[in-house]
Design a protein around this ligand. Structure first.
Ligand code: DGL
Length: 279
């Protein structure tokens, strides 16, 4: 029996932190990852643009006959998940709902903070998801855009990282929060510095871990889980030349990437459009 792969996409390299958790939870599954490195970042772009990019990528991955699509990018999950779900019939999992669920389960004080890109924070997607689950929980959110380049540069444990984290986060500790959601693919790399600034009374919630659990549940419930004795293969696509992705990616994945292939989504869609016109 042939088993279909899990498709995962992100604006670039960040989604590898989500892939890492998926592979940890489900080592038997094949995965196909697409990082939109030619158009990264998504966090500063308008929702309309991110929705358009997300649909193009989803079409590409769905054409590879995947069984489930993971929107690993928080920004894309925040603005594009609903319309993706309307357009495609396979199960689609974003990172916001799982992160929100975990935050609600963890908080004791009922005060939760969410950090993410400008796009994610502006969308209020985490706040809405948390409030849907627990209307009484108070949510404060803050954009921390400089964490993205710091994580990619590998500056996660130096004075610049510490000062940046203190500048962004210190105010949050005065708000009485006891739970902080890392609402961006890059932030798990800065976990030690963030934990240091927030102190021991604040629990950090990593959306990636909870997303992997959600995927395992969905596949199991729909009998799409590959037998545990299998060993998954992993394929990587990027939209710009692979060099930078490979250099930074090994660190984000916490292991070695396999072969990385460049794909042109424009060419893919032009070809597809042409084929459809001629059909
Ligand atoms: N992957 C994005 C996210 O999780 C961060 C990088 C970007 O802005 O594209 O929101």
């Amino acid at each position: 029996m042939s088993w279909k792969a899990i498709g995962v996409f992100d604006s670039g390299v960040g989604g590898l932190t989500v892939l890492k958790e998926i592979v940890r939870a489900l080592p038997q599954e094949d995965t196909v990852y697409l990082g939109d490195t030619a158009r990264v970042p998504y966090g500063t772009k308008s929702p309309e643009t991110v929705v358009r990019y997300s649909h193009q990528i989803a079409e590409f991955l769905v054409s590879r006959d995947i069984k489930l699509l993971v929107v690993a990018c928080n920004t894309a999950s925040a603005v594009a998940l609903d319309s993706l779900k309307e357009s495609f019939s396979i199960p689609i999992v974003g990172v916001i709902e799982p992160g929100a669920r975990r935050a609600v389960a963890v908080t004791r004080s009922g005060k939760v903070a969410v950090i993410g890109t400008e796009g994610t924070v502006k969308s209020s997607a985490y706040t809405k998801a948390i409030k849907r689950l627990a209307p009484e929980v108070q949510v404060v959110s803050r954009a921390c855009p400089l964490f993205v380049p710091l994580a990619e540069e590998g500056w996660v444990d130096n004075e610049v990282a510490r000062l940046t984290a203190r500048t962004y986060l210190q105010g949050l500790t005065d708000e009485g929060i006891d739970t902080l959601v890392l609402g961006c693919t890059h932030y798990p790399l800065l976990k030690p510095v963030i934990a240091e600034v927030m102190g021991p009374s604040v629990t950090l919630v990593d959306s990636a871990e909870e997303t992997a659990r959600t995927i395992a549940e969905i596949l199991s419930e729909s009998s799409l889980l590959r037998p545990a004795a299998e060993q998954g293969n992993h394929h990587y696509f990027v939209t710009d030349i692979p060099a930078g992705f490979i250099r930074v990616g090994n660190r984000f994945l916490g292991g070695r990437l396999g072969d990385v292939y460049q794909v042109s989504l424009d060419a893919y869609h032009a070809e597809k459009g042409g084929a459809e016109d001629g059909a």
